[in-house]
Design a protein around this ligand. Structure first.
Ligand code: ADP
Ligand code: MG
Length: 749
């Protein structure tokens, strides 16, 4: 056993500089370090001769230097070093170096003397009709071939890991760090039980570490990646398996009563429930009637009518003698839910008032910015049980909020709440009882991604939209095209003149800031379509000013809304917009989730390629909610033929959010989707791609479930050997390690 030092690495292994470099990558110890993959591998092209070269080809070739020539460049600083070389077949090629430092020129000249044999690797390019290799790598060889040289050549042709560099670390330093780490690879703990590794044909961890950081050939890297992907999937699935097992072991109140409140609510619903709402309602009712806590994920596209489904479940909780809470990601949304729910309930929400219905309960709002007296009343009602239903934001999660008998927790917009939040609420149940939990999301999660990232939840899906008819047409607007751009604003004006309202969404608040700030930042969705663009992005404030000065817009009432306004101001603006006192709201994605203004008919998204497809789909869901059909404009600087334009065009042509998510997954892999969901799941994904690795994730899930069951003794016969105590211990450690890694990874990505 190696002794661990204060820096987490074996004593005396690293110099202070190396230790700093390792920690700079986020590694706390060797276990972390070996699991940091190289960014890529510098793989020299295959060894060949110089005949029949094609441009762009990566090659390696053994040549002899014929002559070198130094030229100063006319128009640029620096020196050109030309080296003419010839292979054994008599073919020749020119190597070219552009050098800015005199000492480098003499260094290369001293090594590349006439007659010297070298192994050269690089990419073939053409210059003035001739093949050349610019800036090749080269290794000096002995005058005559030998066994030792064979080894040197083989070594030079191996893929060389290229690590991410932080601070002042160099590639050479990083390689030294990993080379040293590999010396201790035999101390690494096996996370995957031996029986599973055998069955899945996976190497041991120390073999995998060697294959990843010191591969002999590209197949080695493949084998290493297969190991690390599986290991990651296995850890995540083990976390899910344990949470599920915990749910089975815990007790929950059985919310089984369809009573007076539920009956009265159903009687006064202003619409007929859709078949899907009925069906999903039944499924939820069944699950919360169980005496073990249930963990559900309710997926339903924007506008599919999740709120009423949630309210009906909450009514059951109240009928069963328990309380229910609905959590929203933003204050705007929490207030809107509060008003929707109190409106739908009417006198059913007025318990204690003279005009209350006999089955009435009380609904309480709890948000961060709230009058102290109002907050106190809410807290009292939750503690005494007077309020059967609470609606709020994170404010509900603080320690001083106590429920008398919390039986059901519903979280709207899952990806903005972490698992920690979920757990915190779970602990607010009465005594030993844990409340049931349901998270609702409009971000459609394809099945493979759901298994990989939220596999501890059982998924239910709400299909269709209750109100067909008010359709949204989508258009992609190339901002570089004056006619298109002006037509877009003209169209917005027409709608405003007809008494309707317009959203304009920008990716920034200020022109020079990095990102939207404030409460919505948790959405943190990486811009999915932005590929190395460098034009100024639209920002809220300048866009507001431009619009106010725009001919035709003089009578138009335009205001801004973003996360940096005080929450009072935000609420005022949102309410004013909802009341029709503002015509155009220039905003960030603050407005993305849930906001319901039926009179809004136009959604203009500027620099639309900066947003995720799922996010754009959500934004589009803000309009067409009333009688009027909606028009969504996705405006982009990118012209036809660009990948960005193409992505937006596909979005414009698809109205099904689930299809869009599958499309996202197919086209760009799971990375972006993961970013969306991950911030809410606390499972960190580094090696896995939920699209590509779907099958492996299923296998890992199977293995994790069996391992968990074998460990608990709830499964006694299996083709798999039970894990040893040592193996379980190592898995425990890996799970603990993984749970603390998520946040780091997100910050680094
Ligand atoms: P989301 O799933 O996006 O949260 P909401 O719950 O906000 O959707 O519902 C969208 C709109 O559809 C709301 O105005 C709601 O009142 C309405 N709605 C919900 N269910 C029905 C239904 N069965 N028939 C008609 N309208 C409905
Ligand atoms: Mg909603």
């Amino acid at each position: 056993m190696v002794q661990a030092k204060a820096d987490g690495f074996p004593a005396g292994l690293f110099t202070p500089k190396e230790s700093a470099a390792a920690r700079g990558l986020g590694a706390r110890d060797l276990e972390d370090l070996v699991r940091i993959p190289p960014r890529r591998y510098a793989a020299p092209g295959p060894l060949r001769d110089l005949r029949h070269l094609s441009e762009g080809e990566d090659i390696s070739v053994i040549v002899t230097v014929e002559r070198t020539r130094e030229r100063t460049m006319k128009n640029r600083r620096g020196t050109l070093l030309d080296v003419r070389v010839r292979d054994d077949e008599g073919e020749s090629i020119q190597l070219t170096f552009f050098l800015f430092k005199a000492h480098l020129v003499s260094w290369h000249m001293s090594r590349l003397r006439e007659g010297t044999r070298v192994l050269v690797s690089g990419t073939v390019s053409r210059y003035r009709g001739e093949n050349q290799i610019a800036h090749p790598d080269y290794v000096l060889l002995a005058e005559n071939p030998s066994a030792e040289e064979e080894r040197d050549i083989a070594k030079a042709l191996e893929p060389a890991p290229v690590y991410p560099l932080r601070g002042s670390a160099t590639q050479k330093l990083m390689r030294a760090v990993f080379a040293k780490a590999l010396r201790h690879a035999s101390d690494l703990r096996e996370v995957i039980p031996a029986a599973i590794r055998r069955e899945r044909n996976l190497p041991s961890i120390h073999e995998a570490a060697r294959l990843l950081h010191a591969p002999h050939e590209s197949e080695d890297v493949e084998r290493a990646l297969r190991y690390f992907r599986f290991e990651e999937a296995f850890i995540i699935q083990s976390i899910f398996a344990r949470r599920r097992a915990q749910d089975v072991a815990d007790s929950a109140p059985a919310l089984a009563t369809y009573g007076a409140l539920s009956r009265a609510l159903d009687e006064r619903l202003p619409f007929q429930l859709t078949p899907s709402q009925e069906e999903v309602g039944e499924q939820i009712a069944e699950r919360i009637a169980e005496s073990h806590p249930t963990s559900l994920l309710l997926q339903g596209d924007v506008g599919s009518g999740k709120t009423v489904v949630a309210l009906r479940a909450m009514a059951r909780a109240v009928d069963s003698g328990y309380q229910a809470v609905l959590l929203a990601p933003t204050e705007v949304l929490a207030r809107q839910h509060y008003s929707t729910i109190t409106t739908m309930l009417g006198d059913l929400a007025r318990r204690g008032h003279l005009d209350a219905h006999e089955a009435a309960t009380r609904v309480r709002l709890l948000v961060g910015a709230q009058k102290a007296s109002e907050r106190r009343e809410s807290l009292l009602d939750l503690m005494s049980g007077e309020a059967g239903i609470a609606v709020g934001t994170h404010a509900l999660l603080t320690d001083n909020v106590d429920f008398l008998k919390l039986g059901l927790v519903i979280i709207d917009e899952q990806h903005r709440f972490g698992v920690d939040h979920r757990r915190q609420l779970r602990m607010k149940g009465p005594g030993e009882l844990r409340p049931h939990m349901m998270v609702m999301t409009a971000t459609p999660i394809p099945r493979s991604a759901a298994l990989a990232l939220v596999g501890d939840l059982d998924s239910l899906t709400l299909k269709g939209r209750p109100r067909e008819g008010a359709d949204v047409s989508s258009f992609v607007v190339p901002l570089g095209d004056d006619v298109w751009r002006e037509r877009m604003w003209e169209r917005a004006l027409e709608e405003i003149r007809a008494g309707r309202q317009v959203f304009v969404v920008c990716p920034r608040i200020d022109p020079d800031e990095a990102a939207e700030v404030g409460e919505v930042e948790a959405s943190g969705a990486p811009p999915v379509l932005s590929l190395g663009i460098d034009h100024p992005l639209h920002a809220v404030t300048p866009t507001l000013e431009t619009l106010r000065a725009k001919p035709g817009f003089e009578p138009v009432r335009i205001e801004e809304l973003h996360g940096r306004l005080s929450s009072d101001l935000k609420r005022e603006r949102m309410e004013a917009f909802a009341a029709g006192e503002i015509d155009v709201l220039v905003a960030t994605t603050v407005i993305e989730v849930g906001v319901d203004v039926p009179n809004a008919s136009v959604m203009i998204v500027l620099d639309a390629e900066r947003f995720g497809l799922a996010q754009l789909h959500q934004l589009r869901g803000r309009i067409g909610r009333g009688e009027q059909p909606g028009i969504a404009f996705f405006a982009t600087q990118f012209g036809r033929g660009s990948a960005q334009h193409a992505g937006l065009t596909e979005l414009a042509g698809t109205t099904d959010g689930f299809a869009l998510a599958e499309l996202d997954l197919e086209r760009r892999g799971g990375g972006d989707l993961v970013g969306d969901i991950q911030s809410g799941t606390s499972v960190a994904v580094r090696f896995l791609d939920v699209g590509r690795d779907a099958r492996m994730i299923l296998e890992a899930r199977e293995d994790a479930l069996v391992t968990e069951a074998l460990a608990r003794g709830s499964l006694t016969t299996s083709s798999l050997e039970p894990p040893t105590p040592g193996e379980l211990d190592a898995l425990d450690a890996a799970i603990a390690r993984h749970s603390t890694r998520g946040v780091d990874d997100l910050e680094r990505s």
